[in-house]
Design a protein around this ligand. Sequence first.
Ligand code: CP
Ligand code: NVA
Length: 348
Amino acid sequence: MYEYAFNKRRLGGINMVNLSGRNFLKLLDYSEKEIRYLLDLAKDFKKKKHDGVEHRYLAGKNIVLLFEKTSTRTRCAFEVAGRDLGMGVTYLDPGSSQMGKKESIEDTAKVLGRMYDGIEYRGFGQDIVEDLAKNAGVPVWNGLTNEFHPTQMLADLMTVEENFGYLKGINFVFMGDGRNNVGNSLMVACAKMGVNFTCVGPKDLWPKQELIDTCREIAKESGSKLNFTTDVKEGTMGAHVIYTDVWVSMGEPDSVWEARINLLKDYQVNEEVMRNANDDAIFLHCLPSFHDLKTEIGKNIYDKFGLKEMEVCDSVFASDKSKVFDQAENRMHTIKAVMYATLKDKDE
Ligand code: CP
Ligand code: NVA
């Protein structure tokens, strides 16, 4: 116990941030200092995990994971992080709960809040996770909505920092569907942390003007520059990070594939793009990714449209510049930081 108390005091350094009892719904709700604290905490947890130092700091607590969309990384990250922290973990998918079909989100939240200490939600509208949080009475964490993917952002920032040693002044480029949950969230994350953000893609797929305006205000304080361009060469020149995501997101109908491919086929991350970026540039992707024909959807798209690779070519995905598996691992350390910070006692 003594060792736990000692280790806990050291977590996250001497930062005076206290997030106990808070929800984690979108990065817009968090200050630069609070995000910094979560990143430092995640770094501590990563070291503990790699050194084999036990950290069951939340033993006796229980969490529930609600998934209305599929997942590999987010679900496993929450499960492993929860267990490492000593908690009981329940996983509920739409097929095995009453949520939505027979019971409203509000009633579900009220029930789960009586039994669990924290709730993760992955699903559709951001309004759903906000509604859950209003009614649950315990911290709610957003594991991806149509609009935002905030836990992904912490892993992405952590991976950038591991590679370059700093965040402020990094030139971060997102290529592709800039107004999906990942594109939106990256713009917010970069604006908050003083990272320069460039969205490279067709105008129709840039983030909504209202969110751009909000981020421009935030960027004034952090010193981040936000750029939007349709020109791949201009947009990727001088980049430290090239990031992309799938062209069609979960929840979108299959009928959008053709139009989306036509819009985005010139925005694939390929060798030429990486050559145009800085010599030490890295490639990131939240995953899963269509970079070969080893997936069912990948094969279908090849049969219909003749594309062997989509948002990133296989040679970039498999290159030394690609840090996508470090990034995936970091989902677990950062999610652990979020759960620990929001579930720990206020005076710890
Ligand atoms: N990046 C991400 O959220 O992956 P999953 O969909 O597998 O959770
Ligand atoms: N934009 C993607 C992210 C997956 C992690 C989707 O929503 O499907």
